[in-house]
Design a protein around this ligand. Structure first.
Ligand SMILES: Cc1cc2nc3c(=O)[nH]c(=O)nc-3n(C[C@H](O)[C@H](O)[C@H](O)COP(=O)(O)OP(=O)(O)OC[C@H]3O[C@@H](n4cnc5c(N)ncnc54)[C@H](O)[C@@H]3O)c2cc1C
Length: 558
């Protein structure tokens, strides 16, 4: 049995017995209480004796920063997995705790391995297109199960990618094949590396474990705000690639998918790429949602795509100290708590649409996340220590056919129009249009802009006039509401830049629920954000791995 409450790195495969496992929910500890008190708190929460807890490990740790009345009564809230004695596992106390929600039964952790893959499925040569999280974890799952995989990406390996990103920041010359969006690790390589997801799929733990094995902090396994940071991701990704290569995956960087060669209408027999034809028995398409050219040309070749609603908005930046104080109260111990995050939602009203914050980066930096000439799009990244003095976040509003019209690519064209408008307004050199929040609310240009983490310069522009009026109205409504939750949010120290147009994708590639095959294809599996089935690093990785399972004939029960 394992008792790991006295040390944080407590996650590992096989740490638990195969018997039923239970999770004590919402167990609280004061900010300065030691985790060694968890055993007693869990016993208390469930109503059993401490001696009946044979092993425990933290499944989730979060900071509860909700205000109680006027004060910030901060505490840590844990979910803790327990190995219980047979008596306790069958006892009335546990049954009562399960009924009331103080405990729940935990699904066994899944592994990448599929039992009994048949030889025909295993002996296929599969090409994975895209080295983002979806493609990498599809490749990982296939290789783990003995499938030969070639992984192609239009961008370069990380070393060359890093150089290109530095060059872009210095010269403002964009390489459309080598940038913040394209290359090893995909769009998540220059990010906050946030790893939390709402999917709660059982593959989450083994995916996190691969990252820990490659050098990520072991706390990502249970931290409710797990993140890696761009600096660490740059050390972890080459190790992941080395592991994949050991497992037999062959990487081909600088190789762009340009079209499909079919042996029959429904069967892809080779890929046309910028490096020549690559024969294959199956394709995992994991190109991300910035591969607009690829998705357009595949659509012309008969791949069915459909438009879907997506989100668009601005980035907002504040001093991180304002967010820390707003969330935790004055004088909070940031060494112990870490910098504050936020996740804000303003529901729709009769007059305005809903607004929510997205991809908040504490101690982060705003970057130009672009791969096409003549367009501007912002996003946020941060380093592992969240060390910049700025907090930034997306503030987004949903858009649908009512905003961009009918037609499969109408949403993409809407994105492109608005990205070009912001690019031109900034002067056409990646200077970003900016407006202080108070001026955005009042509808006037900012006479003085605030300092910002964005390195390519800011221009005072009426962003409120660059956006469609419905979005400006919604964002104004949202900002006023958010100011009540974090005092000063819509005040003197807040500044908006834009546009943030790629927080989610405008297209979906319809696929079969069970086989996960693209409509009309016998061997093409669309995955990840570009296919419209993910919205973040973890959800893309999980989607890639699950489609690899489907390719291997493993169908999940739900
Ligand atoms: C700056 C930034 C910060 C972000 N921060 C976070 C965060 O903190 N947490 C989070 O969860 N999400 C974050 N995201 C979103 C996250 O990165 C994406 O949701 C995720 O990367 C999607 O994964 P994917 O594998 O589906 O696609 P992508 O990561 O977009 O990968 C697609 C890959 O396919 C390649 N490709 C495209 N076309 C072709 C072609 N024709 N031939 C060959 N290869 C091709 C690309 O080069 C790319 O490497 C951030 C995104 C950005 C841009």
């Amino acid at each position: 049995m394992t008792d790991l409450t006295d040390s944080s790195p407590n996650v590992g495969r096989g740490a638990f017995s195969e018997s039923r496992r239970f999770r004590a929910m919402a167990v609280e500890l004061g900010v300065y209480e030691s985790e060694s008190h968890l055993r007693a708190r869990c016993a208390q929460r469930i109503g059993i004796s401490e001696d009946d807890i044979l092993g425990l490990r933290i499944a989730r740790r979060a900071v509860d920063a909700r205000r109680r009345g006027r004060t910030h009564d901060l505490r840590f809230v844990f979910h803790v997995d327990l190995d219980l004695s047979p008596d306790a596992a069958c006892g009335k106390e546990l049954a009562r705790a399960l009924k009331s929600g103080r405990a729940r039964e935990v699904e066994p952790t899944m592994l990448f391995e599929v039992p009994e893959v048949d030889g025909v499925r295993r002996d296929r040569r599969i090409v994975v297109v895209g080295a983002g999280p979806a493609g990498l974890y599809a490749a990982w799952t296939l290789a783990t199960n003995g499938v030969a995989v070639d992984l192609i990406d239009r961008g370069p390996a990380l070393r060359d990618r890093g150089r290109a990103v530095v060059r872009f920041t210095r010269t403002r010359e964009l390489d459309p094949e080598n940038n913040i969006l394209f290359g090893e690790g995909g769009a998540g390589t220059y990010s906050d590396g946030k790893l939390y997801t709402r999917t709660q799929h059982a593959l989450e733990a083994p995916i996190l474990q691969t990252l820990i094995d490659a050098g990520a902090d072991s706390e990502i396994a249970f931290d409710a705000r797990a993140h890696i940071g761009t600096d660490r991701l740059h050390r972890i990704l080459p190790r992941l690639r080395a592991r994949l290569e050991e497992m037999g995956v062959r990487f081909h960087f600088g190789t762009r998918l340009e079209g499909l060669v079919r042996s029959e209408a429904s069967t892809v027999s080779a890929l046309r790429t910028s490096a020549g034809e690559i024969p294959c028995d199956g394709v995992i398409l994991a190109v991300g949602h910035s591969a607009r050219d690829t998705l357009r040309s595949l659509s012309e070749e008969g791949l069915i795509l459909e438009a879907k609603p997506f989100q668009i908005g601005l980035r907002i930046e504040h001093p991180q100290a304002l967010i820390d104080e707003g969330r935790f109260g004055p004088g909070a111990d940031l060494e112990r708590l870490g910098h504050a995050y936020y996740s804000l939602v303003a529901k729709s009203t009769r007059e305005t649409s809903a607004v929510h914050s997205f991809c908040m980066c504490p101690g982060g930096q705003i970057v130009a996340a672009v791969a096409q000439h003549g367009m501007l799009c912002t996003n946020g990244m941060s380093n592992s220590r969240h060390s910049s003095p700025y907090a930034n976040s997306g503030l987004v509003v949903s858009v649908g056919p009512g905003d961009f019209g009918e037609g499969v690519f109408a949403g993409v064209e809407f994105q492109e129009r608005i990205e070009a408008r912001f690019f031109d307004a900034g002067g056409g050199d990646y200077t970003v249009p900016a407006q202080r929040v108070r001026d955005f609310l009042k509808g006037r240009e900012s006479s003085v802009l605030l300092r910002s983490s964005y390195k390519l310069g800011l221009a005072a522009i009426r962003i409120d006039e660059l956006l469609p009026p419905r979005m400006t109205a919604a964002l104004r409504g949202g900002l006023r509401k958010f100011d009540k939750k974090i005092p000063g949010y819509a005040g003197e120290e807040g500044q908006l830049v834009g546009i943030e147009s790629r927080s989610s994708g405008p297209l979906r590639i319809p696929r079969d629920r069970q086989t996960r095959l693209a409509a009309g294809f016998a061997n093409l599996w669309p995955v990840g954000e570009g296919a419209g089935f993910a919205g973040g690093i973890m959800s893309a990785a999980i989607d890639g791995a699950r489609s690899a399972w489907a390719l291997l004939g493993h169908h999940e029960s739900k």
